[in-house]
Design a protein. Structure first.
Length: 179
């Protein structure tokens, strides 16, 4: 058995995509996943599975959600080893300054990382940082200027926004500890 982490995009945000995490846990357990648990209400699911294919697990989780809640939700899945590597490979600046907002932009297939970075556009030096990792983008934005940056307020209007789900530094690192 391998431990996995699934991210659900757009779940329980702003009164939309409402999913009971307790019901989701039960539905995923009934679908054959084991040791299923969730962390906070924003669509973070940890589970064990004998399956070794991330695409198959993405399909399983998405289909369970569609059947149980009548919602189409984009899903990204990472093994424990993959998630550990993502957190340990983070740039030195990520998560370090309390005056900055630190996020992990988790990419959802299909996407092209080069196209994603290009679509985000030119960063404001000194106000924001962005670095591509494996299936993620590490993002830090000075809270003073967040409304005037590419990766702050303008990201949601970019063409690539629907191909990602975002978790803050604390959630991203806590999930590794929970796995």
């Amino acid at each position: 058995m391998t431990t996995y982490l699934a991210f659900l995009r757009g779940v329980n945000v702003g009164g939309n995509g409402l999913i009971s995490m307790a019901e989701l846990k039960d539905a995923l357990s009934a679908a054959g996943l084991s040791k299923v648990h969730t962390y906070i209400q924003s669509g973070n699911v940890i589970f064990d599975s004998a399956a070794t294919s991330n695409p198959a697990l993405v399909e399983l989780v998405a289909s369970v959600i569609e059947k149980t809640f009548a919602l189409t939700v984009a899903v990204a899945v990472f093994s424990l080893a993959e998630w550990r590597q993502i957190i340990t490979a983070a740039p030195a600046w990520w998560g370090q300054d309390d005056g900055w907002k630190h996020n992990l932009l988790i990419m959802i297939e299909p996407y092209d990382m080069a196209d994603t970075v290009t679509a985000i556009g030119e960063l404001k030096p000194g106000w924001e940082h962005l670095k591509a990792g494996k299936r993620v983008l590490y993002q830090s934005v000075d809270k003073q200027y967040i409304g005037r940056t590419r990766t702050g307020s303008k990201l949601a209007s970019s063409s690539v926004y629907k191909r990602m789900t975002i978790r803050n530094y604390n959630t991203a690192t806590k999930l590794l500890a929970l796995m």
